[in-house]
Design a protein around this ligand. Structure first.
Ligand code: DC
Length: 227
């Protein structure tokens, strides 16, 4: 059976994971958060004290990492060398390290096959930076989800505030801008909108409006006709 694949790409904080999770639940698809896989690799680099700027050392370390995904009640867990690291990968330090090491070929190579295999064997909504352009170029539906850097920073600020963490809105926006720049300008698999992707700007949209727009786009691209 051919699986149905929905690829969602876009910059940090555009709401990809929240929305993809919601749409996956409605459709009965598996949600694959590829950023979490890159983040687990970054955690390993940090733990080993490897310089993130040292491409050779990072490349060598890739051979010592075993990354896998598991699902518990439909919720994705990311495992690194036999340990569930899902709760350890959302810090600012991990975010910046992830963006820095994901420019290297061995890092990307490590995850490409795993991601393609997941999509070959499951109906998936997969989010990341290069899903529609590189990982799943034949995905039936591709979405490019974005929002202004200011809106994305405010969302992140509120999230951190709710967790009781002190933060500065300007610094958050600056970090987002830096990360976007690096993700969009790297040589291998940069973040960009695939030619056949539907552009959604979520700056002034509610979460369920975006999720509905994605499901509608998939409906227009053969999802309904599959029986
Ligand atoms: O989606 P996220 O914020 O969890 O992603 C963290 C970083 O991982 C992001 O800055 C770039 C990198 N990434 C990538 O290069 N390719 C992907 N498919 C997903 C994430």
């Amino acid at each position: 059976m051919t699986t149905y694949n929905i690829a969602i790409d876009g910059p940090a904080g555009a709401g990809k994971s929240t929305i993809a999770k919601m749409a996956a639940k409605k459709l009965g698809f598996i949600y694959v958060d590829t950023g979490a896989m890159y983040r687990a690799m970054a955690l390993y680099i940090l733990r080993q004290g490897i310089d993130r700027g040292d491409e050779e050392a990072v490349g060598r370390a890739c051979k010592d990492m075993d990354i896998s995904l598991r699902y518990e009640n439909g919720v994705q867990q990311v495992w690194l060398n036999g340990e569930d690291v899902s709760g350890l990968i959302r810090t600012e330090e991990v975010s910046q390290t992830t963006s820095a090491i994901s420019v290297y070929a061995p890092v990307r190579q490590k995850l490409l096959q795993l991601q393609q295999e997941l999509a070959r064997t499951n109906n998936v909504i997969m989010d990341g930076r290069d899903i529609g352009t590189c990982v799943l170029p034949h995905a039936q539906t591709k979405i490019y989800l974005t929002a202004s850097s200011h809106v994305r920073a405010v969302r992140r600020f509120k999230e951190l505030e709710e967790k009781g963490q002190m933060c500065n809105l300007e610094e958050i926006e600056q970090d987002i801008i830096e990360r976007d720049y690096r993700d969009m300008h790297r040589e291998i698999a940069p973040l960009k909108q695939a030619e056949d992707a539907v552009l959604i700007d979520s700056s002034h949209m509610a979460i369920d409006q975006v999720s509905d727009a994605i499901i509608k786009a998939a409906g227009e691209r053969g999802l309904e006709d599959r029986g």
